[in-house]
Design a protein around this ligand. Structure first.
Ligand SMILES: [Mg+2]
Length: 215
């Protein structure tokens, strides 16, 4: 990246908000109560980043609706207790905005669940655009939600960067023509992200600040 990007698009879960424990335990609860199965942590979260119903179909296509209902009931009830903010993210967002950047969220989450997250962690005021799962028919790793966010920002791919913690984010961002930055503090370990060959990989919020042209 030569100049700092004018538009910064963020994935939500595992990138801006620390929902790792909440989502992993919601999956565990759903799989345990509906299927009577215990799965390893990395299996439970292997497909976080695609729409929830698609993740449930991968556990059991016949029981996906029941799994989703069990997940959602537990997840919504436990959100206030388990949802966390990553240290330094709120300041990063505020500083980007103060520097005249335009910020967006591109998430596979449904709008009401995004609102639930904002009710626990008040970060919504930092974002000019929020693209949730209702906005497009196709979802990450397809580039459509990223393109939709760019259209809402009135921006071009070469003015924008996508920051995300999953292979799905990085593929969607690249396919839309954006610079991609992988963060390693979310759901996916560094080797998985390295395989996607993002433009940059950062391990800490200070590293992300530097990558986005902040001190
Ligand atoms: Mg994510």
């Amino acid at each position: 990246m030569s100049a700092p990007p004018r538009i910064v698009l963020f994935d939500l879960d595992g990138t801006v908000i620390d929902s790792t424990a909440l989502i992993r335990e919601s999956h565990r609860h759903a799989v345990r109560t509906v299927l009577g199965t215990e799965l390893a942590d990395d299996v439970l979260v292997a497909n976080v980043g695609i729409p929830l119903i698609e993740q449930m179909k991968l556990f059991d296509p016949e029981r996906a609706e029941d799994l989703m209902a069990a997940y959602q009931e537990w997840n919504h009830r436990m959100t206030p207790e388990l949802l966390r903010e990553y240290e330094g993210i709120s300041a990063l967002l505020a500083d980007l905005r103060a520097g005249g950047r335009s910020l967006g969220i591109v998430t596979s989450k449904a709008g009401p669940v995004v609102e639930l997250a904002w009710s626990v962690l008040p970060l919504a005021q930092h974002f000019d655009v929020v693209v949730s799962s209702e906005a497009t028919d196709r979802h990450k790793p397809h580039p459509d939600p990223v393109r939709h966010a760019l259209i809402e920002h009135g921006g071009r791919p070469d003015e924008a960067v996508l920051v995300g913690d999953s292979p799905f984010d990085l593929r969607a961002g690249r396919a839309a023509g954006l610079t991609t930055i992988a963060v390693t503090w979310g759901f996916f370990p560094r080797p998985v992200l390295e395989r996607e060959r993002p433009d940059m990989i950062v391990d800490t919020v200070p590293e992300l600040r530097a990558a986005l042209g902040l001190s």
